[in-house]
Design a protein around this ligand. Structure first.
Ligand SMILES: *[C@@H]1O[C@H](CO)[C@@H](O)[C@H](O)[C@H]1NC(C)=O
Ligand SMILES: *[C@@H]1O[C@H](CO)[C@@H](O)[C@H](O)[C@H]1NC(C)=O
Length: 466
């Protein structure tokens, strides 16, 4: 099934990523996982820190060969830590060894996002010191970046600030940096191949390009999506510089040890601000890579700005709340992408969704998924318009009313020759989805009215206006 994606920089987009923990099985049954180990003393001598990491592991493993095999990465630029593949027992032993500050398992996390400046009153003329602004370097930890985007053109920008120590090498599918996008790196310490992503700072998801342009994108006039939401796209500080540290991967999400590697580098590279729209780190601050990294950043005078998450309004749903982080909550916005549902009896309802389709007819026959269930499928599963539950002959040429189970009903209906769909849901009603075929989402009370209309007349019709 296709996942309907929300679109960067146009709306408040919620991105859902599976959180998974990866365990690597070595030597038969012994479950080894990735752990991050923090050591007490930071020295400026990178070589001696590296050696001390191997020494600690050698003591644990009683062999330098085994130590080197389990060693994954050393954080030596801004703090003293390493990542290693360990068993639970080994991790426990390590945590009581001399000089070891903390040991915690690596976790994989999910993406968050940010929103619009005009809405919060930061107008384009609310500039302070243009020279200072253009010297700000923002480090983003995200899914990567699309360097070709108009938001990262460098027209009129001064040369890269000379204090910048970061880099931007040549990578697969990555066209390179300029005076706006001044750094690009990626971190994938687990080395587990991701068939849906590329080992490069390039953004195959869109989230990182969205967050980067929201923060520091240059002004792009006449931005729009299929003619919708036309306007100027711009970042909060359109002249600031961007450095991307890709730590989030399409299949696995964002790994804690990669986030720490990004902190280690970004602090050293000379960013002024670190921006993170990632969450889902459970546990105490001492086990939370964002809290730990932000703490080290703060010690160097670098502020970390992090998203509070896309959850709520339930209690304790705010994330990234360490007191040394500037935590930014998402909100609603004074703009919606709506489509009107006009029933044959002239009742009109307003649904949510991005539509850029041109209907051929004024109206179409309307059915529910359950009405067009295949003989072999239950009416219940057909009411969610799941794949292989509906009879294509009965769907063809019609609009279908579906309850929301997972994203993709619109493409299922389209695949069966249907015209479009009304999706009924009690959640996600503040997010305009993009659909493969004409579609809009209504709440359950509206859904019930539509359902009873369908079943109260012999031939029901419906049209979508947008
Ligand atoms: C990466 O580049 C290759 C070769 O040009 C291309 O086939 C592929 O579609 C690109 N992938 C992405 C995600 O841009
Ligand atoms: C459902 O949506 C309709 C139409 O937008 C709105 O008038 C109504 O208040 C909503 N009902 C609930 C329970 O949110």
């Amino acid at each position: 099934m296709l996942r309907a994606l929300s679109v960067p920089s146009i709306q408040l987009s919620l991105l859902f990523f599976l959180i998974s923990t990866v365990h690597v099985v070595v030597n038969g049954d012994i479950q080894k996982g990735f752990y991050v180990v923090f050591l007490r003393d930071f020295s400026i001598d990178e070589v001696s820190m590296l050696q001390s990491h191997i020494n600690v592991l050698s003591t644990l493993k009683e062999s330098e060969v085994d130590a080197k095999e389990s060693h994954v990465y050393s954080y030596t630029k801004s703090f003293n830590a390493f990542a290693a593949k360990l068993s639970e027992d080994e991790a426990k032993k390590l945590s009581s060894m001399d000089g070891v500050l903390s040991v915690f398992p690596n976790q994989y996390h999910k993406l968050h996002t940010t929103k619009s400046w005009k809405f919060i009153g930061l107008t384009q003329t609310a500039r302070r010191n243009l020279k200072v602004e253009s010297n700000i370097i923002v480090g983003l930890f995200d899914t990567g970046i699309t360097p070709q985007s108009d938001s990262f053109k460098d027209d009129g920008l001064d040369p890269i600030p000379s204090r910048w120590k970061g880099s931007c090498a040549h990578f697969a599918n990555f066209s390179g940096c300029n005076r706006k996008l001044i750094g690009a790196k990626y971190f994938k310490l687990d080395q587990i191949p991701d068939p849906n992503d590329i080992l490069s700072p390039v953004d195959v998801d869109g989230h990182g390009t969205h967050t980067s342009s929201t923060l520091a994108g240059t002004i792009v006039p006449n931005a729009n999506l299929f003619g919708l939401a036309r306007g100027k796209a711009r970042g909060a500080v359109p002249s600031a510089r961007v450095a991307m540290y890709k730590v989030c991967w399409a299949s696995s999400g964002c790994s804690g040890m990669d986030v720490l590697a990004a902190f280690d580098e970004a602090i050293h590279d000379g960013v002024d601000v670190i921006s993170i729209s990632i969450g889902g780190f459970l546990g105490s601050y001492a086990d939370d890579p964002i809290a730990i990294g932000a703490f080290h950043a703060m010690k160097k005078g670098i502020i970390t700005v992090a998203s509070a998450g896309n959850d709520g309004p339930t209690l304790r749903s705010v994330e990234n709340h360490a007191p040394w982080i500037l935590t930014v909550g998402a909100s609603g916005i004074d703009r919606g992408f709506r489509g009107k549902v006009v029933l044959g009896n002239r009742q009109i309802f307003s649904g949510i969704g991005m539509n850029a389709f041109d209907p051929k007819q004024i109206s179409y026959p309307l059915v529910t998924g359950a009405d067009v269930a295949q003989a072999s499928a239950s009416k219940d599963s057909a009411s969610y318009c799941l794949e292989n539950t509906m009879d294509p002959k009965k769907v063809k040429g019609k609009l279908v009313h579906c309850k929301l189970a997972s994203w993709g009903a619109d493409s299922v209906i389209k695949g069966l020759g249907g015209i479009g769909t009304i999706i009924e849901s009690e959640v996600f009603l503040d997010v305009a989805q993009i659909y493969m075929a004409p579609a809009t989402m209504v709440n359950t009370s509206t859904g019930k009215i539509i359902d009873s209309y369908i079943h109260s007349v012999r031939y029901c019709q419906f049209r979508l206006l947008y």
